[in-house]
Design a binder for this molecule. Structure first.
Ligand SMILES: [Zn+2]
Length: 111
């Protein structure tokens, strides 16, 4: 089945809209989106924006960071935040980090 070109265009235009949901593994609130138009990535990010220090720690841990852009109509989009954005100075939008589930408790440590 092929989508009507108009519907496909609308789907593509809204793919990077942030959707709040719960992480299926740990239950934490997360934002999901398909960021990018050419080589899109499925993003699952923590909902709370991070500070500059937290971004450095996230990047050192191998996590990607993202801009959360809120449009004039309140639509939220997740977009790529790369080295060029980071070098440009303070972020103009809230910065989110990829979600990572907290470590699971080990049975032996509880006792
Ligand atoms: Zn999780």
């Amino acid at each position: 089945m092929t989508l009507h070109p108009g519907i496909a265009a609308k789907l593509a235009a809204t793919a990077d809209h942030a959707v709040e949901t719960l992480c299926p593994r740990c239950g934490a609130p997360v934002l999901t989106a398909r960021a990018g138009r050419v080589a899109a990535l499925d993003v699952v990010a923590d909902v709370e924006p991070i500070t500059v220090t937290e971004e450095i720690l996230a990047l050192l841990a191998g996590r990607l960071t993202w801009h959360l852009i809120t449009g004039a109509l309140g639509t939220r989009r997740i977009t790529w935040r790369g080295a060029t954005h980071i070098r440009a100075g303070p972020a103009r939008h809230p910065v989110l980090a990829d979600h990572t589930c907290p470590p699971q408790p080990v049975q032996g440590r509880l006792l």
